[in-house]
Every structure is written in structure tokens, then in C-alpha cells.
Design a protein around this ligand. Structure first.
Ligand code: SF4
Length: 347
């Protein structure tokens, strides 16, 4: 795939856009005013691979908490601002690395100009985050939704450019997947700025992961997108996990292991679902960048297992352990898991 060329910027120490890897971000779900809980969650996010964290700034106390939070975490922090430009100014003063503004609800141009001036002085990028659900109702009411979202973003970009500001990132999120895809496609060749991808309010982990994988995945496959956030009604590390799975599926990033397991069928000689689940848990703990295959019988098993770094192809009462296509041992029915894990550890 050919990637859309965007202008590189930095959120703290993390480059976004240009030739930088697609960046994974998430958002804390704690009350930002509860500083210890927010710091803990940011540290959890760092441990699970998140690269940029966004925090909600609903009021002045939350904005002021950012100064302490910033001092105690190493992930770049983006302040999420709605309605009140004074909160954006307070967040900048607290030292955040990025701002997300919703142009739909900070309408006043002079107020936006004050925020832009303060961000420019500190070289802090601003994401123009357009959401389908919060477009001002009087903004081009007769135009189709996709065009309204794109035009709203373009209008805000023009305003920021007129203020001589170009540290811009853009997102155009909708709940509806085709709308999300079309808005990003429409804006992609109109602006040079990095794009932050996401399907908003995607839902609980199972359905949300599918919706996000389709919305974000289609765009990434077309070379569109520089940073992604998967929105799930779940712990934010679930979002990070799904984000990496999307990137791994497209060969764009590598993190942790990849498990290839057959779906099982009437030919399976062992309980392949239980074995695959047990292997997956062990791989999570090992955190090794290794491709592992767990196959249920001799029909496809050896072929697929050969393709992996380490694999097992189960047969009647025993399994063959493969390493890079070569059989390196066999294990009995009762020691399949341990034999496979031992080989993974040796790899
Ligand atoms: S590898 Fe064997 S058990 Fe697994 S799905 Fe294929 S045929 Fe069925």
C-alpha cells in the first residue's frame, strides 16, 4: 500500500505523520481531577503499549490537575477540550503536549485565536476533532453529512492557517462506518496534515473491535491515517490491544506475538479451542514477538505450522512441534501446551 504523505509533527516526543509509524493512542477513563487514579491509568496504558494518551478536561480543576499529571508520567498527554476555550489555555499552561478541540462547540473565532496563539508559542499541536454528532445544526444544514463534516474541518483549518499556525492534526469521526470512511477519503487529498483515525462510540469490545477494524482498517489499507484510536466501552488497554491487532493484520506495526490457530472441526484430534486459549494466555505473559501456530489435525496442520516461527500440529494422541518448518520434537496429549511453550521460550 502507498501511504498518503502528510506533514510530520510531534506530540511531545512522539512523531506523528510523514514517515513515522502509525501511532497508537487511547484515552483515560478516570476522573481527571482524581490525579492518582489518572496517573495509574496512564502508567497502565504505557505498559500495554499506548504511545499517546488523551485526558478529558471538563472543568478548571481538571485543567489544573494536568500540571501534576504531566510531571508524573512519561507518555505525551493531550487535553480534550469542549465548549470552553479557557480550559484550553489552562491546559497549555499546565504543559500538555497536544490539544484536541471540537470546533462544533467552540464557535467564537477570537477565542480560538487566543488558544492558537498560546499553542503556537509553546509549539503544541492542535487536533481539530470534528464529530458527526456535534456539528452545529445551523452549519450548512442542507449539505450531506459527509460534506458538512469535511467543510467544518476545512473551515477550521483555514482559520488556523490564517493565524499562521500549521501544527494541525485532523479527525472526522462518526458512529457510522461508511460515513467515517467517506469523510476521511474526501479530506485526505485536500490537506497536508496528519489524520487521526477512529470510529466513535464503537461499542462493547466484540462489536466495537469489528466496527473499528473495518472503519480504520479500510482507510489504513488505502494509505490514509497517521494515528489511530479505537473507542471501546472497556478498559483503555483493550483499545490499545485492538489497535495493535488492526495494525498487525495489515503488516503496519509489530507488537507481541501472533497466534495462528485453526478453527477446529470434526477432524480435530484434540480440544483445539482450549489449547489455543491456553497458548494465547501464555503468549500474553511471555510478550515475545513470535508467530505461533496451533493446528488441530494432520490435514492442514503441518503446512500452517511450518509457516510459523514455532507451531504444533496435533495428531491422534500426540502432536508434532515445529520450528521454522522443521519438526523438532513430539509431545503426548497431556503435555502439548508445555512442550509448545518450552519451544517458544527457546526460540
Ligand atoms: S487443521 Fe484440521 S482440525 Fe483444524 S480446522 Fe483444519 S481440518 Fe479441521
Amino acid at each position: 500500500m502507498t501511504r498518503r504523505i502528510s506533514r510530520k509533527l510531534r506530540i511531545g516526543k512522539v512523531p506523528v505523520g510523514g514517515d513515522a509509524p502509525i501511532v497508537v493512542q487511547s484515552m483515560t477513563k478516570t476522573d481527571t481531577r482524581d490525579v492518582p487514579s489518572t496517573i495509574n491509568q496512564i502508567k497502565e496504558l504505557e505498559d500495554c503499549g499506548c504511545e499517546i494518551v488523551r485526558v478529558a478536561v471538563p472543568d478548571k480543576e481538571a485543567a489544573e490537575s494536568l500540571a501534576t499529571i504531566k510531571k508524573r508520567v512519561s507518555l505525551p498527554v493531550v487535553a480534550d477540550i469542549h465548549f470552553d476555550y479557557l480550559l484550553a489555555l489552562a491546559a497549555l499552561k499546565a504543559g500538555v503536549d497536544g490539544l484536541r478541540l471540537n470546533p462544533g462547540n467552540i464557535g467564537d473565532k477570537d477565542q480560538i485565536a487566543r488558544v492558537v496563539a498560546a499553542a503556537k508559542e509553546r509549539e503544541v499541536p492542535i487536533r481539530i476533532g470534528v464529530n458527526a454528532g456535534s456539528l452545529p445544526p445551523n452549519f450548512q444544514p442542507k449539505a450531506p453529512l459527509v460534506r458538512r463534516m469535511v467543510n467544518m474541518a476545512l473551515e477550521q483549518i483555514k482559520l488556523m492557517e490564517s493565524l499562521d499556525f500549521d501544527l494541525i492534526k485532523v479527525s472526522l469521526k462518526a458512529f457510522d462506518v461508511p460515513t467515517t470512511i467517506r469523510t476521511y477519503q474526501m479530506i485526505a487529498d485536500k490537506i497536508p496534515y496528519p489524520l487521526h483515525l477512529g470510529v466513535t462510540e464503537a461499542g462493547l469490545p466484540r462489536t466495537g473491535a469489528v466496527r473499528s477494524a473495518i472503519g480504520i482498517g479500510v482507510l489504513l489499507y488505502q494509505g490514509i491515517g497517521d494515528t489511530i484510536r479505537v473507542s471501546l466501552s472497556a478498559h483503555p488497554c483493550e483499545e490499545v490491544f485492538v489497535a495493535y491487532e488492526i495494525l498487525k493484520s495489515l503488516g503496519l506495526r509489530q507488537r507481541g506475538s501472533t497466534l495462528v490457530s485453526c478453527p477446529s472441526c470434526g477432524r480435530a484430534e484434540v480440544d483445539i479451542i482450549a489449547l489455543a486459549e491456553a497458548v494465547s494466555k501464555r503468549l500474553e505473559k511471555l510478550g515475545k514477538p513470535v508467530k505461533v501456530a496451533v493446528m488441530g489435525c494432520v490435514v492442514n496442520g503441518p503446512g500452517e505450522a511450518k509457516d510459523a516461527d514455532v507451531g504444533i500440529a496435533c495428531g491422534k494422541g500426540k502432536g508434532a512441534i515445529f520450528r521454522k518448518g522443521k519438526v523438532v520434537g513430539t509431545a503426548n496429549d497431556d503435555s502439548l501446551l508445555e512442550a509448545l511453550v518450552a519451544e517458544i521460550e527457546r526460540f
